[in-house]
Design a protein around this ligand. Structure first.
Ligand code: TRH
Length: 386
């Protein structure tokens, strides 16, 4: 592809929200970074503006086209829209093998030069991704080739999403007591809660939250569990004895549970930075917890026949092979143990290992940073295909 130097590269990113917030969370983060750090003209096509609005309140849900943070956001309503060749971007990304509209693909094939077409896959620590990353997949009929692009934890993958200034922002925030206090106060966290062990909780409904609450109640340390609205609602309501809406709180013995509003994506990062321990889930919050430099426990997205346990173990083997406490707690939290769980013992050992886990976080971050960041890796790969 021979673009004049002055011409801005355009990129279309197609996002289908399968469920929850991770699909749009990842695509939005990628879109913003490509636009803001690499000067790419990004159009983000998304089929579910309501989910988008939860993590980005500026989104208008009744708008076909809008510009947010310089990114053009298009409501992807159906597969029937028609597209002219000059509407096709230089780089086209489908997230997680979503089917982009047939007319868009037809116009891609008619365009000269052809766009670079990538399928951005889901994150897994399993070894096979190294063999599949960047593999071509020729279209069965048209003169177009799609390439697979896998995020990952090694230098034979595309790496992880990471904004250039994130580390600097995190360090500035974590070393500024007043900023942390202000942030938590705005969320309704009281002074005594701030002085306790602060745990953020984001997990799927299957997580054994009530078991862990029982242990935390009898803990020798005061614990405040900060849980965004809509998360682990059943266990949280049982604990509170009332509806788990933002602002609801209760203290029982050593444990305070406080329900937070579901917050905009940048604030969720701050929450991870402000807490002593983070429970995260899925893909995007899981990655953000790794950049937060604080101990974290991952609740993996559940799959049929416990396929997710394989993925969980693949990650733990890379990240926590020397951290028995993280291994035991993570397996128990994800229902991946064969024997009865002694929550008291595995929590005690996690708590004892806090410093060791924090040290590991820093070393782990250094390993990840050596792989480069996903946006830059993706553009480098796209550039080589052009
Ligand atoms: O929400 P998730 O479970 O999302 C996904 C989807 O289920 C997806 O289909 C699946 O493929 C993937 O998991 C593995 O978890 P995740 O990935 O952590 O995404 C949550 C997003 O929501 C993330 O961008 C952070 C954001 N968020 C906020 O913006 N505010 C909040 O208050 C919270 C709790 C999260």
């Amino acid at each position: 592809m021979h673009l004049q130097k002055t011409q801005t590269t355009s990129l279309a990113l197609f996002c289908k929200v399968v469920d929850n917030y991770g699909d749009i969370g990842i695509c939005w983060r990628l879109a913003k970074q490509l636009e803001q750090e690499h000067g790419i003209a990004v159009t983000l096509w998304v089929d579910d503006l309501l989910s988008f609005q939860r993590i980005c309140p500026e989104i208008a849900i009744d708008c076909d086209t809008q510009k947010i943070a310089h990114v053009t956001v298009r409501h992807w309503r159906d597969q029937d829209a028609q597209f002219a060749v000059d509407e096709i971007a230089d780089i086209v990304i489908e997230f997680f093998a979503c089917d982009i509209p047939p007319a868009y693909i037809g116009a891609m094939a008619a365009r000269t030069p052809r766009p670079v077409w990538l399928n951005l896959e889901g994150l897994t620590a399993e070894e096979w991704v190294e063999g599949c990353h960047t593999l071509p997949s020729p279209h069965p009929r048209l003169s177009l080739t799609k390439h697979f692009f896998f995020p990952g934890f090694t230098n034979k993958t595309g790496g992880l999403l990471l904004e250039t200034r994130l580390e600097q922002q995190r360090q500035a925030f974590q070393s500024d007591r007043a900023a942390i206090t202000d942030f938590l106060m705005q969320l309704g966290v009281t002074a005594s809660e701030m002085a306790s062990l602060k745990v953020s909780l984001f997990c799927y409904p299957q997580a054994p939250v009530s078991d862990v609450f029982e242990i935390w109640k009898s803990s020798g340390t005061a614990i405040t569990c900060l849980v965004p609205e809509g998360v682990a609602s059943h266990a949280v309501e049982t604990f509170l004895g009332r509806e788990a809406i933002a602002g609801a709180t209760a203290t029982r013995a050593a444990l305070t549970v406080r329900v937070l509003p579901f917050m905009p994506q940048p604030d969720y990062d701050k929450l991870l930075w402000a807490c002593d321990l983070n429970f995260v889930r899925g893909e995007d919050s899981f990655v953000r917890a790794q950049w937060a430099g604080r101990p974290f426990i991952w609740h993996i997205y559940p799959q049929d026949e416990n396929l997710h346990h394989v993925k969980l173990k693949a990650f733990l083997q890379r990240y926590a092979s020397e951290l028995a406490s993280v291994l035991s707690f993570s397996l128990a939290w994800n229902g991946a143990t064969e024997h009865a769980v002694d929550w008291f013992a595995i929590w005690a050992s996690l708590l004892t290992d806090r410093q060791k886990i924090t040290d590991r976080s820093a070393a782990w971050q250094a390993e990840l940073l050596a792989n480069g960041d996903l946006s830059s890796n993706l553009l480098k790969f796209a550039g080589a295909l052009r």
